[in-house]
Ligand binder design. Structure first.
Ligand SMILES: C[S@@+](CC[C@H](N)C(=O)[O-])C[C@H]1O[C@@H](n2cnc3c(N)ncnc32)[C@H](O)[C@@H]1O
Length: 290
């Protein structure tokens, strides 16, 4: 669910303040420094369009003034706003469905005897969860799987760098067209239809929402507020925004939170090629701790 329009030169209206190459480079550096998101030279028009409104809101006359604000001592709030505005939050329910099939058919089937014997809870972390479709899909998949194994407990953590998108995710309210990929029987079981002012929307039921704990996490912070020994970490469709050294760093930090034998799952268009890691490749996009 993308919150912002895609690159379109026509979006630059006469209202837009010109963004000089110097100011663009300064913003790109600040974004990289704080999130490791690497904006290419081709994103200048997009950035100008996305930030123009913010400048008007702050009553700033130029991007130079905006850069001064970003560099000032009390800039963290504005940096957060900037990251919110530039991040791409596109996601959907059941995105890359083979990962969810692999989760149930291989990972959960394999873990079931151990979880039963040790009476331990399953832990899964959606590490760039955007507006919540991925962690709620996980929640649905686990609810369905554990219906026939009700004694096993499970938890999902979901995190993102963007404060705004996390607030949307926590609400668990989606337009009907967003839940189109959800099978009708599942929709009926786990979602409530909106009425009156919520007409045309639906909400993930409380029983499913309470299984997902949301936390704000920048993948590049030193420690994460997430329990260690995760059985599976989904970190999909975010590495594409990072350069190779940043991917390596993110994978190094994430793997510290995996249980022995735990899995790291990345997006279809991503790979760990060219980076050093200690994970075993299981199949395209699926890696396992030894
Ligand atoms: C394209 S969405 C992917 C959502 C979901 N994982 C999926 O595959 O559908 C990428 C998400 O990564 C988040 N993100 C970008 N940089 C991040 C960082 N440094 N740490 C944590 N999250 C980040 C963005 O805010 C965005 O919500």
């Amino acid at each position: 669910m993308s919150k912002l329009p895609s690159i379109n030169q026509n979006l630059i209206t006469s209202q837009d303040t010109p963004l000089s190459t110097e100011a663009y480079k300064a913003i790109v550096d600040l974004v990289y420094q704080h999130s490791r998101i690497k904006l290419g030279a081709d994103k200048q028009a997009l950035l100008s369009s996305r930030l123009g409104k913010r400048l008007r809101h702050l009553k700033l006359a130029s991007f130079d003034e905006y850069c001064d604000l970003l560099r000032s001592h009390s800039s963290q709030v504005e940096i957060d706003e900037l990251i919110d505005l530039i991040s791409t939050n596109h996601t959907r329910f059941y995105r890359e469905p083979d990962h969810f099939e692999f989760l149930t058919e291989k990972i959960l089937a394999e873990l079931l005897p151990e979880l039963t014997a040790k009476r331990s809870a399953l832990r899964i972390w959606s590490a760039a969860s955007s507006s919540g479709e991925e962690p709620y899909t996980l929640s649905i998949v686990l609810s369905e799987f554990f219906r026939s194994h009700p004694s096993i407990d499970w938890h999902i953590w979901a995190s993102d760098i963007s404060k705004t998108i996390l607030e949307t995710a926590k609400q668990g309210i989606y337009r009907m067209e967003v839940v189109e990929p959800v099978p009708a029987d599942i929709l009926k079981r786990y979602f409530q239809k909106g009425v009156d002012s919520q007409e045309g929307k639906c909400r993930v039921k409380a029983e499913l929402r309470k299984k997902v704990q949301f936390e704000r996490v920048n993948l590049f912070q030193n420690e994460y507020p997430i329990p260690h020994n995760q059985n599976v970490i989904f970190c999909r469709n975010v590495m594409i925004y990072f350069d190779i050294p940043s991917r390596e760093l993110a994978v190094k930090r994430l793997t510290r939170y995996l249980a022995p034998g735990g899995y790291l799952i990345i997006g279809h268009s991503e790979s760990l090629m060219g980076i050093q890691h200690n994970l075993k490749t299981v199949r395209q996009g699926v890696y396992q701790m030894p």
